[in-house]
Design a protein. Structure first.
Length: 285
């Protein structure tokens, strides 16, 4: 079947020019889906086979040259878990879907309500009351059929859930309280998985990569890990639409650097993003 599959893909690919004026073999989503259905294969697997044959799905053409075809293959083989599908998580999920991550695990126990409309990318006037994780899977399927999304309507809050992250290459923290963040960081560390932390308040955000064995999260939250703390920065400053969008972009870039083995932030350091002052600062713990 593999020989026939490759032959079919190559027969239906076409050459177009990229932004550098170079000829590139490409294939459309329609062709990929048709070939997958004809051969009884997963759409994701056919898309990956296209990349491995040097044929770029049209949807990824403009990812290059910053993300080359070898990088795109790595992303297509990767699994990322996003814990929280609200303000930060929604932007993270949509960006990862467009970039071409092969499989996403989304965890969130909550449903959308009207207070989410100001900042949560997955929320709109028509899906109020819908579970955030399930909506994430629905929208990702519409954005990128080459992506597999596993939606989990559950709170990640105790070490007994470590098995949720089996096969995961990066965990993204898009939570809203210190207690669950500490738990998630410990779980990721136990599983040997890097974690990308993000948090927002007002027009500010913070991003940090925590590799297994590092104690960055404990340094940030040891003083008051209680959930839904009334004195938290987010409670005091609120959350605008801008801070989650910017902070999530930095989180996704951190995910890319981990997956593609590019230089990442130094250990036990974090970025502080200040939209109001148009400033980015690096701090060491």
């Amino acid at each position: 079947m593999m020989t026939g599959l490759v032959t079919d893909i190559k027969a239906r690919a076409r050459v177009i020019k990229n932004t550098l004026g170079e000829d590139v073999m490409t294939v459309s989503d329609k062709v990929i889906i048709d070939i997958a259905e004809k051969n009884g294969l997963k759409i994701r697997d056919v898309g990956l086979q296209c990349l491995e044959q040097g044929i770029v799905p049209l949807r990824y053409l403009r990812n290059g040259p910053a993300i080359g075809i070898a990088d795109q293959i790595i992303l297509a083989r990767s699994q990322v878990a996003v814990v929280g599908a609200g303000g930060l998580g929604g932007h993270v999920i949509l960006n990862l879907a467009r970039l071409g991550i092969g499989k996403l695990l989304v965890f969130d126990p909550d449903t959308f309500d009207e207070t989410n409309l100001n900042r949560q990318a997955l929320c709109n006037s028509y899906n109020l009351g819908v579970f955030k994780a399930e909506e994430a899977a629905l929208q990702c399927a519409q954005i990128n059929p080459l992506l597999e999304v596993s939606a989990h309507v559950t709170r990640v809050s105790h070490p007994g859930q470590n098995h949720f992250f089996t096969g995961t290459h990066v965990v993204v923290d898009a939570l809203d309280n210190g207690k669950d963040r500490l738990t998630l960081s410990a779980m990721a560390g136990d599983m040997g998985i890097p974690l990308v932390h993000g948090t927002v308040a007002g027009f500010e955000g913070r991003v940090m990569t925590v590799h297994p064995g590092e104690t960055g999260m404990e340094s940030l939250y040891h003083h008051d890990p209680e959930e839904n703390c009334a004195g938290s920065a987010e409670s005091l400053l609120g959350t605008s639409a801008l801070a989650p969008a910017l902070t999530a972009a930095f989180q996704v870039m951190a995910v890319l650097k981990i997956l593609l083995k590019r230089e990442s932030m130094p250990s036990n350091s974090f970025l502080h993003l200040d939209l109001d002052k148009a400033a980015v600062h690096k701090f060491f713990l």
